[in-house]
Design a binder for this molecule. Structure first.
Ligand code: MG
Length: 256
C-alpha cells in the first residue's frame, strides 16, 4: 500500500495511491494512516491533487556516515557506531516544493536517502523486532549547508534550515528495505548510485540504536544516511532522488 498526503480541491487529506503510471488515483483515508485504513469514499485523479510531504513528523532522526564510501569521500574513516543528529519538523517539505538556498551558505549539498516512517510509539526496540514498528518507507533528501557543517563543528545549523528535508512522494508500506537501488540526479545527471545493502548499520539496527535514546512516535522519520556522490546544487537546478520500489522525489533549488 502507498500512503500519501495531498492537497485536494476541498482541503488536505491522507490518501492511498492506487494504480500505476499515468492513471494514479488518490483515495481519501478517514482520520490517520496508521493501522488498517478506512476510506471516506472520495477519490481524485492524481492530476487533480497536489502531493504534500507524506507525513508530518514530530522529529526527523538522521544517521550520518552510514555508507563507508560516503564517509571516505568526506575525508573520515567510517565510524564504529552510528552518528546521530536531528532535523527539525520545520525543515520538512513535500515533492515538487522548492529547496530554498540560504543566503549565508555558499555550498548546499543534496544527500539522497532511504527514509523509514515509524508506525507506533516505541522505545528500546530490539533490531529483531524493529520491522513491527515501521509504517513504511519513503524517499528523503538530507539537504546540508556543507560550509556551515564544516565551520560550526556540529551540524545543527547546517542541517536545519527550512526546506532542508524533502520527503515523498509517498510511503510504501510493503517494500523490503534490505537491498534497494538508490540514486540521485541533478538536472538529469546521475550523481549518486548505490544500494541500501551497502549501509553499515541496516534500518532495523538503526531503529534499535535510535530508540535506545528517545521514544519514537507515529510519523517520526528516520533518515538512514547517504551513499557516496554527494555534491552541491545551485539555484535553478532540480534534484531527484529515486529509491527502487518506492518512487522518485523531485525538488527544485531556488534562492531564499
Ligand atoms: Mg545525510
Amino acid at each position: 500500500m502507498r500512503i500519501a498526503r495531498v492537497a485536494h480541491p476541498a482541503g488536505v487529506a491522507f490518501v492511498t495511491v492506487e494504480g500505476e503510471g499515468e492513471d494514479l488515483v488518490a483515495r481519501e483515508v478517514a482520520d490517520h494512516p496508521f493501522g488498517e485504513p478506512t476510506f471516506t469514499g472520495k477519490s481524485w485523479p492524481w492530476a487533480d491533487i497536489r502531493p504534500l510531504a507524506p507525513i508530518l513528523p514530530s522529529k526527523v532522526i538522521c544517521i550520518g556516515r552510514n555508507y563507508a564510501d560516503h564517509a571516505r569521500e568526506m575525508g573520515v574513516e567510517p565510524p564504529a557506531e552510528p552518528v546521530m543528529f536531528l532535523k527539525p519538523s520545520t525543515s520538512v517539505i513535500g515533492p515538487g516544493a522548492e529547496i530554498k538556498l540560504p543566503r549565508d551558505s555558499n555550498r548546499v549539498d543534496f544527500e539522497g536517502e532511504l527514509a523509514a516512517v515509524i508506525g507506533r510509539p516505541c522505545r528500546d526496540v530490539p533490531a529483531a523486532q524493529a520491522r513491527s514498528v515501521v509504517l513504511g518507507y519513503t524517499v528523503g533528501n538530507d539537504v546540508t549547508a556543507r560550509d556551515q557543517q564544516k565551520s560550526d563543528g556540529q551540524w545543527s545549523r547546517a542541517k536545519s534550515h527550512d526546506t532542508f528535508c524533502p520527503l515523498g512522494p509517498w510511503i510504501d508500506t510493503s517494500v523490503d528495505p534490505a537491498d534497494l537501488a538508490i540514486s540521485t540526479t541533478l538536472d538529469g545527471d546521475t550523481k549518486q548510485s548505490s544500494r541500501t545493502s551497502f549501509m553499515m548499520n541496516d534500518v532495523y539496527q538503526l531503529i534499535e540504536w535510535a530508540s535506545r535514546v528517545m521514544t519514537l512516535l507515529p510519523g517520526d522519520v528516520l533518515l538512514t544516511g547517504t551513499p557516496e556522490g554527494v555534491g552541491p546544487m545551485v539555484a535553478g537546478q532540480t534534484v531527484e532522488v529515486t529509491v527502487e520500489g518506492i518512487g522518485t522525489l523531485s525538488n527544485p533549488a531556488t534562492p531564499r
